[in-house]
Write a protein that binds this ligand. Sequence first.
Ligand code: SF4
Ligand code: SF4
Length: 356
Amino acid sequence: MLIKKPILLHYYITYSCNCCCTFCDIWRTPKYSSGHDAQIQDVEKNLKSAYKIGTRFVDFTGGEPLLHPDLPFMLKAAKSIGYRTSITTNCKLYPKRARELAGLVDLLHFSLDAVSPELHNSIRGCNVFSHVMESIDTARFLNEKPDILFTVTDQNADHLEKLALFCKKTGLLLLVNPVFNHYSINRLEGRSLTKIFDLSKSQNVYINKALLKLNLAGGNSIRNPRCRAVSSTVVISPQNELLLPCFHFYTEKFPISTSLEKLFMTKSYIHFRSMQGRFDFCQGCNLNCYFDPSFLYKLDRYFMDSLLAKAGYMWHKHIKPFFVPAHLDRRPADKIMAEITETTADKTCSRHIAAI
Ligand code: SF4
Ligand code: SF4
């Protein structure tokens, strides 16, 4: 049965970040540089209100969510209401804060975009590769189950296979996230998309083929929109505003002075829902974070591909480990990574570093 209500809450708790990734516009866009971080009282209120509307998954995001001192309290509040929680971190602060977060994050994502420190650090605009390695060791020690989130660009697509091998050895799942085109960022070249398709049969890799097919089709069409950003997702800013129609291209921000339920009945909200995917800026859009849930709101080939991808994730993450014991490499992550990069001479990597 198709979902009717919004299922996902993207809660932006801060716009601050301690990295400046090449594919991210948050750190370089003036509209994100002012204002305060999310207040715990607002977060608690909105979590309850959004749950009544139907949201069941909350992603505490930013900026770098671990920069917010109250993140553990927000996660606890969400869990006590019944949410499944997720965060994605660049890992700079994870080793320091891991114990505060242990047991509170259902989907914990560590960003890692290359097997070489040089390329990863230059993509991320900060020296963070060693923190990712340390975070993996820390999470394994605490029995947390992180996934590696690899944002694929044309610069790092050659690293896909080696990163998949690293994940296999360490027992982590590799989530492949094709970079989306927005502002100065261009969509992936066909060569990079082919590399992702080639990897899609690998056991420990999550690739939503619906996203790849959307990319190959040129993204969203405003004549026949596939986007269901407003129907599927609630987006809240650190300054306690509802952003519409989506975070990256919001044109309206409504202060949440009353409950979300009331805002959802306003003419403005209904207008944005009727216009999702139809604005001029929606042409060619391929924003993963909105299409991933959007695919579940219309019965078509994207729906089926997306459902299969999610079933595969559940199988590899939660079911298979009970039946098939994994033979994991228990050495520190940096040793495993060094071995992978040494045994597979990394000529392409150095070429890409030079290009950045
Ligand atoms: S870590 Fe995240 S928020 Fe920070 S610059 Fe990179 S992509 Fe943007
Ligand atoms: S198509 Fe893209 S830009 Fe338009 S509403 Fe959907 S997610 Fe936002």
